[in-house]
Design a protein around this ligand. Structure first.
Ligand code: PLP
Length: 394
């Protein structure tokens, strides 16, 4: 690590999150940790912490991601949620990666090139998202039969497009899932999974499912709407209750005892300080003119690291105090308006306990998911455990 710009992942917090999630929800048998997007930006090194605390299956987006996990764990079953290019199926099979079948045409091509009863398959059903999955009961039944004849049909799954607090789509999707599976003997299929983080928090166990896929919640964020006791909040709740009654929406809750903490921080350091006189400019162009004499700290991070230009003017935290970026975000540097308390080498928190993922997401008009995934791999990840650095991924 030559430059002191790094992501810090707190493994104690990550483990505490998983422990709290599973202790409060023992109703499922399979807790599938979603580590796509490079573990939501936390890197693959986290997988053994997840497994230690009860995650017993993992899910990724691509064969590349699955193989990264195999660097750290050879045994844990890994489901690739997206179809893998048929040219590379052997690599997936050699590495014990579970395949997703999401269309009959892909399945038919797979049968032509490879049949093996040891290949684990999860069949993906399209219940409303129209992203991946088979959409009609006839095709689902046919696909299940082909898979059973040639492979091991280990799972069936789908994905909710809403959290289902007060909309009828959640129930419609679940009903569609059950309908699509109604000609299949589910007792022969070991893992049935449909829910994601907020399904666990906001809904009772789904009767036909014994698995749940956990993403954002593992990383410390509960995206459920909070109970709002203001006049407006109560009015919103009355309207929601009317919708719930009208559409016969199934039981949900906002109450949870799960304790979560984010485990993702981003730091850099003061590389240089500039004294700027009133009337001088800061950064490219003439858009920032000093209104008074000021001190500007320079730090080594920029849009080439995924620290996008939209961060311009936002807050950072140095030595117990908030300061703001000035000028524009450059390719590899940022500028911060500081005071005489800030010295070269001081640590700058860009995301962490004082600059939350949620603050940054709001500032950038995006989601916490994107904030944690958007940084480039050229930023090293420092994993801490019991207050010590356990591993650095460069
Ligand atoms: C298929 C699938 N399952 C589960 C998840 C996890 O969702 P969440 O992070 O909301 O738990 C995702 C996330 O994008 C997903 O695409």
């Amino acid at each position: 690590m030559y430059r002191k710009t790094y992501i810090e992942i707190n493994l104690d917090r990550l483990e505490d999150n998983i422990e709290s999630i599973i202790n409060n929800h023992k109703e499922y048998k399979y807790y599938i940790g979603v580590v796509k997007g490079n573990g939501y930006g936390h890197g693959s090194y986290i997988v053994n912490s997840l497994i230690k605390k009860g995650i017993n299956y993992l899910a990724v987006s691509s064969l590349e991601e699955a193989l990264k996990i195999r660097k750290y764990n050879k045994e844990i079953p890994v489901l690739c949620l997206e179809p893998i290019d048929l040219d590379f199926i052997d690599i997936a099979v050699e590495n014990n990666i579970t395949l997703t079948i999401s269309s009959l045409s892909y399945l038919n091509k797979l049968v032509e090139i490879k049949k093996d009863k040891n290949i684990k398959i999860h069949l993906k059903l399209n219940t409303g998202m129209n992203r991946l999955g088979i959409k009609t009961k006839e095709e689902v039944t046919k696909a299940a039969s082909i898979i059973k004849n040639n492979y091991f049909l280990e799972g069936v799954f789908s994905h909710f497009i809403t959290i289902g607090i007060s909309d009828k789509v959640w129930d419609e999707q679940l009903n569609k899932f059950k309908y699509l599976l109604s000609d299949i003997n589910l007792n022969e299929i070991p893992i049935i999974h449909m829910g994601r983080s907020l399904t666990l928090v906001n809904h009772p166990k789904i009767d036909i499912c014994n698995g749940i896929r956990l993403g954002i919640i593992m990383y410390g964020l509960n995206q459920s709407p909070k109970k709002d006791n203001s006049f407006k909040g109560k009015l919103r709740q009355i309207k929601a209750n009317m919708r719930i009654k009208k559409y016969h929406i199934s039981k949900t809750t906002l109450d949870t005892n799960i304790k979560l903490k984010t485990c993702f921080s981003l730091y850099t350091e003061v590389m240089e300080l500039q004294k700027v006189s009133k009337g001088e400019h800061v950064g490219y162009g003439l858009s920032y003119e000093a209104k008074e004499d000021m001190i500007v700290a320079i730090a080594p991070i920029g849009y080439a690291d995924g620290f996008i230009r939209k961060n311009a003017s936002r807050k950072v935290f140095i030595n117990g105090k908030f300061y703001n970026l000035v000028g524009s975000v450059n390719m590899g540097m940022i500028q911060i308006k500081v005071d005489e308390n800030v010295k070269i080498g001081d640590k700058i928190e860009l995301i962490g306990d004082n600059i939350s993922v949620r603050y940054v997401a709001n500032y950038l008009s995006t989601t916490p998911y994107e904030v944690m995934c958007m940084l480039e791999d050229n930023i090293p990840k420092v994993y801490t455990y019991r207050n010590e650095v356990k591993y650095i991924e460069k």
